[in-house]
Design a protein around this ligand. Structure first.
Ligand code: NDP
Ligand code: HEM
Length: 482
């Protein structure tokens, strides 16, 4: 016979009853002295932390990355040295939906990785697309507001979405991806991940390179058609969450090949596209992908809230050998994420097991809500008491010279910069006939929502005409405007 543990309250005191509150007689009123009942009700009222303002719905898993190639000439980062094995946690998500919304909605998918490296946490907080809707963080909250709910009726509004997109031509590349069937992936296992931004790599000698990350699914790309995705939205809104959990549980561990594109530091200045513009890719013909390793997801979380909901990723977590680039979006994100975590989880979010680095922490930050790890004396730097001391040499390769007038402006255009040239290449050279037909029908379906006005439909046609006349024509026909 198995012996069951005795229920306790959170202080470990044995509980008097799992079912009955303390009352005056069997039918009487309840007593304030029933501490067990009060604790249960009060704790229940505090079960939620605010959901993420974006990427609220998601799931995740633990895994490991193994580096198989020597890229020490490009970066000295320990996790990218040949033979290195680093544990990681990966969270997938949709962007616009609230916690509880359907996994299969048309949306980019978040692809956020936390590597627990020997130099502290390194986070790559990317998406399943190599590009983004905008190129200046000034527009991020406006963009997200247009994707979420109206102020008056609290409804999503496709007219509002197209209003923002058609007034923001830089969105054309990402909206093209979104409206193909890659906007409705069949599972998180069957999609690529991208670091999306350009990052800085530097080697032990201080030589600098720009890098882009591509995580290519080893399961192959699989997408749903719009109608398949829509059907699951109604019948199984947690489809992707379940798919990942069940696959890992049955030992079918998904993996991704880690590829990078490398650009010499000096080549950025006169590259044909602005290499820091997040709405652009680096064409493979200029910078082929190099395989450097592979990662696998092999362990499910044991507790969703503790490991997935409270996981906190930040693009500012960059380890020696890796730095930021001047991508304005990345610069904005360096601030935004830790700020969000301090609000959503609390100032000591990095002390939670899921976010805790797997190396000793010798920070001079201390105290605050829920502290359980504090520095020893001395509690200040500099000091003569033998406390931790920074090592600037670790970051010596990160430095470079910039100069300029303080200004609010678009990026200076590089030779081939244009909002439509890369989505046009996608339409002309990459998409199959079926992909193109689905792109058109997905756009038409989206822009046919009852709230989209006729004036807006004309603007939608103009938007796609800028990419390709055939695309614009197909959309116009579908919307009955041909
Ligand atoms: P390439 O032909 O070398 O690369 C095209 C890329 O598109 C491949 O990575 C391919 O790999 C991916 N792709 C294939 N089908 C689709 C699809 N239906 N939707 C989105 N991506 C798809 O050409 P370039 O590098 O010159 O790029 C041409 C255009 O391809 C770009 O303007 C961009 O729109 C798109 N693209 C480019 C990427 C890059 O980093 N250079 C990455 C992804 C897309 P896979 O099928 O494995 O994803
Ligand atoms: C989540 C801000 C652009 C990918 C978030 C969160 C914020 C945010 C505040 C919620 C964080 C939390 O509460 O845990 C911004 C800002 C951006 C921006 C200000 C632009 C200036 C991007 C881009 C990408 C991206 C370009 C991808 C390339 C993600 C992902 C998450 C996220 C994957 C979810 C991370 C997780 O799983 O916890 N973003 N974001 N964001 N963002 Fe962004």
């Amino acid at each position: 016979m198995t012996t069951r543990p005795v229920t306790t309250d959170d202080a470990g005191i044995p509980a008097p009853s799992d079912e009955h509150s303390l009352s005056v007689g069997p039918n009487g009123p309840l007593l304030l002295q029933d501490h067990y009942l009060i604790q249960k009700m009060a704790h229940f009222n505090r079960e939620r932390v605010p959901e993420r303002v974006v990427h609220a719905k998601g799931g995740g898993a633990h895994g490991i990355v193994r580096i198989t190639e020597d890229v020490s000439q490009f970066t000295k980062a320990g996790l990218f040295q040949k033979g290195a094995e680093t544990p990681l946690f990966l969270r997938f998500s949709t962007v616009a939906g609230e916690n509880g919304s359907a996994d299969t909605a048309r949306d980019p998918r978040g692809f956020a990785i936390k590597f627990y490296t020997e130099d502290g946490n390194y986070d790559i907080v990317g998406n399943n697309t190599p590009i983004f809707f905008i190129r200046d963080p000034q527009k991020f909250s406006d963009f997200i507001h247009s994707q979420k709910r109206r102020a008056d009726n609290h409804l999503h509004d496709h007219n509002m979405q197209w209003d923002f997109w058609t007034l923001s031509p830089e969105s054309a590349h990402q909206v093209s991806f979104l409206m193909t069937d890659r906007g409705t992936p069949a599972s998180w296992r069957h999609m690529h991940g991208f670091g999306s931004h350009t990052f800085l790599w530097y080697n032990a000698a201080g030589d600098k390179y720009w890098v882009k990350y591509h995580f290519k699914t080893d399961q192959g790309i699989r997408n749903f058609t719009a109608s398949e995705a829509q059907a699951l939205t109604a019948t199984d809104p947690d489809y992707h969450t379940r798919d990942l959990f069940e696959a890992i549980k049955r030992g079918d561990h998904p993996s991704w090949t880690v590829n990078v594109q490398i650009m010499p530091f000096e080549a950025a200045a006169d590259y044909r596209f602005n290499p820091f513009d997040l709405t652009k890719v680096w064409p493979h013909s200029d910078h082929p992908e190099i395989t450097i390793g592979r990662f696998v997801l092999n362990r499910n979380p044991e507790n969703y809230f503790a490991e997935v909901e409270q996981s906190s990723f930040e693009p500012a977590n960059l380890v020696p050998g890796i730095g930021a680039s001047p991508d304005k979006m990345l610069q904005g994100r360096l601030f935004s994420y830790p700020d969000a975590h301090r609000y959503r989880i609390g100032p000591n979010y990095l002390q939670l097991p899921i976010n805790q680095p797997r190396v000793p922490v010798h920070s001079y930050n201390f105290d605050g809500p829920m502290t359980y790890r504090n520095p020893h004396d001395p509690v200040y730097a500099p000091n003569t008491a033998g406390g931790p001391a920074a090592d600037p040499s670790l970051y010596s390769g990160e430095h470079y010279h910039v100069t300029g007038e303080i200004i609010r402006s678009a990026y200076i255009k590089h030779a081939e910069d244009d909002d439509y040239v890369q989505p046009r290449a996608l339409w002309e050279n990459v998409l199959s006939e079926t992909d193109r037909a689905h792109l058109v029908s997905n756009i038409v379906g989206h822009a046919s929502a009852p709230e989209v006005t006729t004036d807006m439909k004309h603007r939608v046609v103009d938007y796609w005409n800028n990419i390709h006349k055939d695309l614009g024509h197909g959309v116009a026909q579908g919307l009955g405007l041909a």
